[in-house]
Ligand binder design. Structure first.
Ligand code: FES
Length: 125
């Protein structure tokens, strides 16, 4: 994806939409928090904290953009899809009866207040 693929659409929250293809994404920092903005498989714009749910590592550097089917944490390789769902992790059996959906990426709602609220969440298995 290049700059020309960023739509003129401004979704709730004032962030530009990613490109039109599933997996088109970019990252942006707002108020010191890094966000991942991505087009999911259903064509919707999704906004997540750019933060792994394992131990909070940043998934992608600020200013990253492109198109990916999945997002893999550089630390322990937890993998998320474009809808923010945790899809795989190495040695999953070591986590016992992990409720995977509890560790999907944190989705951000329309306003900045939600960004602040969401970053106060967090748990690490
Ligand atoms: S911090 Fe992301 S997989 Fe461990």
């Amino acid at each position: 994806m290049n700059e020309n693929h960023i739509s003129k659409e401004i979704p709730d929250g004032g962030l530009p939409a990613p490109g039109p293809e599933p997996g088109d994404f970019y990252t942006r920092s707002i108020d010191g928090r890094s966000l991942l903005i991505v087009r999911d498989g259903a064509g919707r714009t999704r906004r997540f904290l750019n933060q792994c749910r394992h131990r909070g590592a940043r998934l992608l550097p600020d200013g990253a953009r492109g198109c990916r089917r999945s997002f893999v944490c550089p630390y322990h390789a937890w993998r998320y899809d474009a809808s923010g769902a945790l899809k795989s992790l190495p040695r999953a059996e070591a986590f016992g009866a992990l409720s995977w959906s509890d560790f999907d990426l944190v989705e951000i709602t329309a306003d900045d207040a939600a960004v602040g609220a969401a970053t106060n969440e967090g748990s690490t298995p």
